[in-house]
Design a binder for this molecule. Structure first.
Ligand SMILES: C[S@@+](CC[C@H](N)C(=O)[O-])C[C@H]1O[C@@H](n2cnc3c(N)ncnc32)[C@H](O)[C@@H]1O
Length: 259
């Protein structure tokens, strides 16, 4: 009897260790575990959502009006407590470098979520630059607005709620913006390519506009990569990195529109 119990315990332990290892190293397992399984359990047990839990942590732990403290608090929460789909610190450093070298006057972000990448971009912009971010989920947008307020950057960010495919054609009229210098593409991966083509069709890109696309390896955006890497209208470069807060391989693609 004791031998059977010990064998079962050992088997269970092996299964747990195997799942742990797969979740740490395999993209599909990691996303399924963190983005579906754990998030739903936490939502059910806490009666809140992940964005609200991140916001509450930030409001408790980050200094109000201090954007760097807000960014650090989000990273701390998402690496130690609960994974979330922010661009994260490692790929965030690549985003920072691209913002600094591009020195954009007009920036468009596709996919705001809790506002983490928006804050990374916003605090590096020169005075007078404009940052427009699009988010289709009204709950996420509300959390992002609170996050911007806590960071003291709510006046610097223009958040539009709605689907990118509906909003992009309205941007020029709505915002009185001719072209974007930098576009950070970080919404659902199936939309990367159609929205890039939409930006072209709407004349929102100019020679020298930079597109920076997150998660091109994990979960991946193969049709987008195929397009920017093979089109004579783009000069494209891949930056390898790891998926936010995990050891899984990911990367960002920087593509300069040539006109
Ligand atoms: C990966 S998260 C964005 C993370 C954020 N850029 C960051 O790094 O902090 C993707 C977000 O895009 C939003 N989204 C997805 N498809 C969209 C679309 N077509 N239009 C607008 N928002 C979209 C989702 O609701 C989600 O909040």
């Amino acid at each position: 009897m004791l031998t059977t119990v010990l064998t079962l315990v050992a088997l269970l332990l092996c299964i747990v260790l195997l799942i742990r290892w797969r979740v740490r190293t395999n993209a599909d397992w990691a996303l399924w575990w963190h983005d579906n399984y754990l998030e739903r359990i936490r939502d059910f047990l806490s009666g809140t959502t992940r964005p609200v839990r991140i916001l509450k942590y930030v409001q408790r732990c980050a200094n109000s009006g201090d954007v760097l403290s807000v960014i650090s608090a989000i990273d701390a929460y998402c690496s130690k407590v609960e994974w979330a789909m922010n661009v994260g610190d490692e790929k965030g450093a690549i985003l920072d470098a691209v913002v600094l070298e591009t020195r954009p006057r007009y920036v468009l972000e596709l996919g705001t979520y809790c506002g983490y990448s928006t804050l990374r971009i916003a605090h590096l912009l020169a005075p007078g630059a404009r940052l427009i971010t699009l988010e289709m989920n009204p709950h996420y947008a509300q959390v992002a607005i609170e996050m911007f307020r806590h960071a003291g950057l709510d006046a610097q960010v223009e958040l539009l709620v709605g689907s990118s495919s509906a909003l992009i054609p309205q941007l020029r009229k709505k915002l009185d913006i001719e072209k974007f210098d930098l576009v950070f593409i970080d919404h659902w991966k199936v939309s990367y390519l159609p929205d890039t083509k939409l930006l072209e069709e709407c004349g929102l890109l100019k020679a020298g506009s930079v597109l920076l696309a997150d998660n091109v390896t994990c979960p991946g955006a193969p049709d987008y990569l195929q397009y920017v890497r093979n089109s004579p209208r783009y000069q494209s470069q891949y930056f390898p990195a790891r998926l936010e807060y995990l050891q899984v391989e990911d990367g960002v693609e920087k593509s300069v529109f040539l006109g």
